[in-house]
Design a protein around this ligand. Sequence first.
Ligand SMILES: NC(=O)c1ccc[n+]([C@@H]2O[C@H](COP(=O)([O-])OP(=O)(O)OC[C@H]3O[C@@H](n4cnc5c(N)ncnc54)[C@H](O)[C@@H]3O)[C@@H](O)[C@H]2O)c1
Length: 355
Amino acid sequence: MATVLITGGCGFIGSNLALAFRKQGDRVVALDNLSRRGSEILRDRVVAAGVEFVRGDIRNPADFEPVQGPFDLMIECSAEPSVLVGVNGDDAEFMVQNNLVGSLHCFEFARKKKSPVIFLSTSRVYPYDALNAREYREEATRFVPACSGPGFGPEGVGIDFPLSGARSLYGATKLASEIMLQEYSRQYGLPAIINRCGVVAGPWQLGKQDQGVFTYWLVSHLLKRPLAYIGFGGQGKQVRDLLHIDDLVDLVLLQSRQIAGFRGEIFPAGGSTFSSLSLAEATDLCRRLTGNEVPVGSQPDNRPADVRWFVTDNRPTTDRFGWRPARSAEDILRDIRDWLAGHPDLLAALFGKKP
Ligand SMILES: NC(=O)c1ccc[n+]([C@@H]2O[C@H](COP(=O)([O-])OP(=O)(O)OC[C@H]3O[C@@H](n4cnc5c(N)ncnc54)[C@H](O)[C@@H]3O)[C@@H](O)[C@H]2O)c1
């Protein structure tokens, strides 16, 4: 039996990982400040499965002290994950304190405890102007790449995509945390893996428009609430790849068994071309899955940090771990629908109305 400390262990990804490690018999400690809307619900869910909960804020090093004894693995999943936070300047310092300084405190605690670290990073580290400046073809329901170059092509965006340019405060803090973890790993011999995740989705994601957009899209169909395509002409042709939370959990479980030899290597983890979807295609899928049609408006102008096309090139991760996503975009949306159908009270509490 191993002991696993999960920071942000009452979030969407953290809670699903906590349950998976518990299920295989490990001791799991979830540290979370419960700042995310609905995180109390996920706390109750993990505590019911035998996860130990520590209420703490990673910005405050003293909050790690209640975590007793050594542990064998830290998974750093705590962050403010919205790309829109900080755009008006008011929250910039909060973002840096929460996502960068907070992560640094996590790595420092791991160093003292001699624990390997798996860090959940994001595809938002890639600069949006550079991504949007690539050539795309406009097809009936989506944009499609029409050029290839370093780290870019029909297979997706790879980890060798050039990193210079603005990427949002969220992306910047995550990239800076990646760099700090690599430094800690090499300087102090701390085993570490960085997963650059695309859009992760699935049951128990308490989604909102700027984070968990596909859950939000499906919920809006269930509740018959109007939606809008925002940016890139307002036709919903922008593309993302979706990774089912269970596929991400499978990857992290695999990595946890082999982490000793890693020193901060970066692994892309997304749904890839196998599970990519435009918003317009998501609308079709949601209509089929819910039987409901909602009006979808159009706002042509981009929001800050919008990206026209992002699909993850997972090949380094497949090569190293033999992992690839097994659940399609349709599987993901169907699972979210079925989960919400089984939890009408949750739907009401989180989204305001019973279907
Ligand atoms: N969900 C995605 O699509 C996605 C994609 C790429 C990367 N990620 C990364 O995965 C990680 C988890 O994301 P998620 O989707 O589970 O988000 P989430 O918001 O559901 O979970 C984050 C958790 O961290 C907690 N938290 C936030 N600030 C904290 C602090 N200062 N101290 C302690 N706890 C704090 C929140 O209360 C929440 O429970 C994040 O690091 C995010 O950057 C997520």
